[in-house]
Design a protein around this ligand. Structure first.
Ligand SMILES: Nc1ncnc2c1ncn2[C@@H]1O[C@H](COP(=O)(O)OP(=O)(O)O)[C@@H](O)[C@H]1O
Ligand SMILES: [Mg+2]
Length: 574
């Protein structure tokens, strides 16, 4: 588990890590040096009364403390850079990985869970580096140095002092298992908390309109409460580890003071030796506590690291095939041919042996009841989903054999719910084409009737769209999406109820712009309002994941079946 962390994130900084460790070792070793100086302080200066040495011992102690401080500060600086850089890198790495995963993955992993992993779990690496460096370096070196001084002063005293430690092995191991389990649970619960927050903030108007604020507060309380419980247990278990050490230390202390005290009174040992030994043992407390806490923290880190690792192991199913790739057809040759496609998101089949053709350069409309699978056809074309059976051909070439980016480059899509980002309206329109000349941008904005509302705004196209485009109305968002599609200038145009959010007048205007845009392109239009598809070259009627009728508007009406029924319903509705 620690292997991949090392390989992917830490190894490249191994030199700095080594420098930090050396500095830490100096910091730690100075504690040993300090306690060592206690003996001459007592035996030679205080008890023997050699006044000429007092300055030197004082200076030596000051030097030791200063050196320790300098080593500590430079190490802190290096460690801070190292840990923060590694964390940032890991976050970027995880996001880059997530960006490649299939749509299907996102249906099973809520935004809150994913945010928690990118944010919270990457914290583990941070903790790992800091804990490792300070633990192994400083606390390890302190411990070894102090132990050496203690042994040098009296090995038997030392043995007596640490005699209780082996008894602690079993309880410590049990404690660690518990910490690991609790901390994994706390991480899962943290994800639930993020998830609730994400849903609440995105659904805020629905919550307020349905008057369910209290219910949301209650649900939030529950997940927070769950998280609190698991997190508290983790902390308590973690803090229990050093306390277990204390028990052993208290035992050792009592025995050493009794035994050592007797020896000094009998004149077998000097006061200086005892004081130096005692200082060393006392100073050992802190590193031992820290190290035992680190062992516990390590479990915590592993729980997080494992989650990130699992995430990184998930591979996208939809990727570019190995070369040679099928050629991407030219602009004039983009006829679409879907053959015998079966597809299901979950268990329930959505497309059931779908056959669908759309001629290059023509406008083909797809109509049918909601849930018929129309939007899924668009996802299929751009390989956002993979058919379980059947083929999708564009220009006679199998799309599964094309380079994925090149394939997706064939499409301009305007859908019911195009995502806008919290950038300026201009940036939202320019997405993926930042180098468009101003005149072209202006023309696209006019054609999509974006200027109609941006001209009213004090900051015009530089107005921010708000989180998820929330500063714009549904109709305005749709017009931004249309301007984006116009600029993208791709050979195939996919319009999924692209004008559904517009009022009748804007719809007529934008419709005209879209018809101009559709000229010379292979266009697929999904529309609810049958009036908008009257001019299509051909109309396909979909029902239950199949094309059930094909023809022109007039032909389908004359057929007197599905289409005629849909048509009659709409006229009855008015
Ligand atoms: N992301 C999804 N996950 C699971 N089921 C989905 C998803 N998208 C659509 N469906 C299901 O697939 C069926 C067809 O959906 P869709 O293609 O959006 O229909 P249409 O656009 O014709 O209204 C529906 O029954 C819907 O519940
Ligand atoms: Mg749809």
């Amino acid at each position: 588990m620690a292997g991949w962390l090392w390989r992917d994130f830490i190894r490249k900084r191994a030199w700095w890590l080594a420098v930090a460790l050396v500095l830490m070792t100096i910091e730690g070793a100075m504690l040993g040096a300090f306690s060592f100086l206690i003996q001459p302080l007592f035996d030679d200066v205080l008890i023997a009364g050699r006044a000429e040495l007092v300055v030197w011992v004082g200076l030596a102690m000051a030097a030791v403390i200063l050196l320790r401080g300098a080593a500590r500060l430079s190490n802190r600086i290096i460690t801070a850079h190292l840990a923060k850089k590694t964390r940032a890198e890991m976050q970027e790495h995880v996001l880059a990985h997530l960006l490649r995963l299939d749509l299907g993955f996102y249906q099973n992993h809520s935004p809150g869970h994913l945010i928690e992993r990118v944010q919270g779990d990457s914290q583990a690496v941070h903790a790992l580096l800091r804990g490792l460096i300070t633990g192994v370096g400083r606390d390890g070196a302190s411990l070894i140095g102090l132990l050496a001084v203690a042994l040098y002063m009296d090995w038997l005293w030392t043995l007596i002092a640490v005699i209780g430690i082996p008894m602690l092995v079993m309880p410590m191991l049990a404690l660690q298992r518990r910490i690991r389990a609790k901390s994994a649970q706390a991480r899962r619960n943290a994800a639930e908390v993020s998830n609730r927050l994400d849903e609440v903030f995105h659904g805020i108007s629905t919550i307020q309109l349905t008057g369910t604020e209290a219910r949301e507060s209650g649900r939030f309380h529950q997940v927070v409460e769950k998280h609190r419980r698991a997190a508290t247990r983790t902390v308590i278990a973690q803090d229990a580890a050093p306390t277990v050490m204390d028990v052993a230390a208290a035992l050792g202390f009592a025995m050493v003071i009794t035994y050592g005290g007797m020896q000094i009174i009998d004149g077998d040992r000097t006061v200086g030796q005892f004081m130096a030994f005692f200082t060393a043992i006392t100073l050992m407390f802190e590193p031992v506590r820290k190290l035992s806490a680190l062992a516990a923290q390590w479990q915590n880190i592993l729980a997080s690291a494992e989650r990130v690792y699992e995430l990184l192991q998930i591979q996208p199913h939809i990727t570019s095939p190995a070369p040679p790739h099928a050629p991407v057809p030219g602009r004039a040759a983009c006829d679409i041919d879907i053959r015998g496609v079966h597809f299901a998101y979950g268990r329930e089949p959505v497309l059931r042996g779908l056959d669908l053709r759309a001629e290059a350069g023509q406008t083909t409309a797809i109509v049918g009841p909601s849930g018929a699978g129309k939007t899924t056809v668009f996802a299929l074309l751009a390989r956002m989903v993979r058919p379980q059976e059947g083929q999708v051909l564009i220009g006679g070439q199998d799309t599964a054999q094309m380079d994925l980016a090149a394939l997706r480059g064939l499409f301009s899509v305007v859908s019911q719910d195009t995502a806008l980002f919290d950038d300026s309206i201009r940036d939202n329109i320019l997405m993926g084409r930042p180098d468009v000349p101003d005149a072209e941008l202006r023309a696209a904005c006019e054609a999509a009737h974006v200027t109609e509302f941006t001209d009213q705004l004090p900051e015009g196209l530089d107005t921010r769209a708000g989180p998820r485009g929330s500063a714009l109305s549904g109709g305005q968002r749709q017009r931004v999406a249309i301007a984006r599609a116009i600029l993208r200038d791709a050979p195939i145009l996919l319009l999924d109820e692209a004008t559904s959010a517009l009022d009748a007048r804007s719809e007529a205007l934008v419709q005209a712009a879209l018809e101009r845009l559709a000229k010379g392109r292979t266009t697929l239009v999904i529309a609810h309002r049958l009036a908008t598809v009257r001019k299509a070259d051909r109309i396909l009627v979909m029902d239950h994941g199949q094309v059930v009728e094909t023809g022109t508007h007039a032909e389908l009406l004359a057929l007197g079946a599905h289409f005629a029924r849909l048509h009659a319903l709409q006229f009855a509705d008015g």
